[in-house]
Design a protein around this ligand. Structure first.
Ligand code: UT7
Length: 328
């Protein structure tokens, strides 16, 4: 970025939040009367359970909880923030933005706040927008949240989608740093609206009285193929642009949709499976929240050491997709 050529933006705190209620695979058939079973879901998706927000729990409530956990990790409080972006496809309402509700909840009097929707790629897109803002201004600290109430978008009669999604929030603190070798070192983001609804169905229907937010419709196989192909291609593009070898990447934090997508990428790109971080078994696809939730778990387990190279990979409806390299 032009304004601060010797600086980068570093992730200084990571946090997350998952609602208390857990729905195990077996409950989908026993309580939700879906014609499915635990073995099918585990084998085809890797998922064993998902969390569901309580009736009164909102996307902003979950976002605030994740933000507090990230602020604690960074030894900061809400008043230190200059920017808050909430990546979400399931905002509390059209406006005010979920981000301004989070801002109020955190007492972040000086921050600029807004929402961003890039579906499941939302967190990655928001992270790069936050980096751009910090690098082009004299501001220092951004809070980037992915928070989603995906279960509110589910048709509980559709076994091909109802098994896949869950609720939750993840957050990171991004801070401008004088270090030129740690932090975000490159990214590539893409969007293509041509096939979003026509060829590869993954969209939310128009709201109706039964479903005030609409419901998810998806051609799972088409989305699966497109996700594998675009995640691989954006990774190669970014690594080539930065002259970095895939073997030098220590950890990959991909969007947590279907474990088989990640297994396919490992096979096709000859990646050691142990580098591919996966927590989707425990919380299913939480859309924009999934990358920071996995990052949060890695932080709790002290998996990622200072100086290691992380590759973030996202893919979502639109379609939107991209990759980002971060030196821890
Ligand atoms: O952020 C991006 C979000 N979207 C995704 O990541 C979706 C990517 N796609 C997928 O994850 C997978 O395509 C699914 C998990 C959605 C489906 O898995 P699949 O291996 O592609 O299964 P399929 O659609 O080919 O269906 C195979 C069979 C069908 O039965 P028949 O026609 O062979 O008799 C389905 O009706 O499995 C049936 N089926 C199920 N059976 C039990 C579909 N869903 C279920 C289910 N339980 N939940």
């Amino acid at each position: 970025m032009s304004s601060h050529p010797n600086q980068r933006c570093m992730v200084t705190g990571v946090g997350g939040y998952l609602p208390k209620t857990i729905i195990h695979n077996d409950q989908l058939s026993s309580e939700f009367h879906l014609n499915t079973d635990d073995a099918w879901i585990r084998t085809r998706t890797g998922i064993t359970q998902r969390h569901r927000a309580s009736e009164n729990e909102t996307t902003s409530d979950m976002g605030i909880a994740a933000a507090r956990s990230a602020l604690h990790d960074a030894h900061m409080d809400g008043a230190d923030l200059d920017l808050i972006i909430v990546a979400t496809s399931t905002p509390d309402q059209a406006f005010p933005s979920t981000a301004t509700i989070v801002l109020d909840g955190l007492g972040s009097k000086h921050a600029v706040a807004f929402d961003m929707n890039a579906a499941c790629s939302g967190f990655l897109f928001a992270l790069i927008m936050a980096e751009s803002y910090l690098m082009q201004s004299n501001k220092n600290h951004a809070l980037v949240i992915g928070s989603e109430s995906m279960t509110r978008l589910l048709n509980w009669q559709d076994r091909s989608t109802a098994i896949l999604f869950g609720d939750g929030a993840g957050a990171v603190i991004l801070s401008r740093t004088a270090s030129s070798d740690r932090g975000i070192i490159g990214h590539c983001l893409f969007s293509d609206g041509k096939n979003g609804k026509a060829l590869h169905d993954l969209y939310v229907t128009t709201p109706s009285a039964d479903h005030p937010m609409g419901v998810i419709v998806m051609d799972g196989q088409a989305v699966f193929r497109e996700a594998v192909s675009q995640l691989i291609s954006s990774t190669h593009t970014l690594l080539a642009e930065k002259s970095i070898d895939l073997a030098d990447v220590d950890w990959i934090i991909p969007h947590q949709a279907n474990k088989r997508i990640l297994d396919r990428m490992c096979t096709d790109m000859n990646i050691d499976h142990r580098k591919m971080l996966y927590t989707g078994d425990m919380h299913a696809n939480t859309s924009a929240a999934s990358i920071p939730l996995t990052w949060w778990k890695a932080r709790q387990n002290n998996t990622i050491k200072p100086g290691q190279l992380i590759l973030l990979q996202a893919f979502g409806a639109g379609f939107t997709w991209g990759s980002c390299l971060v030196r821890s």
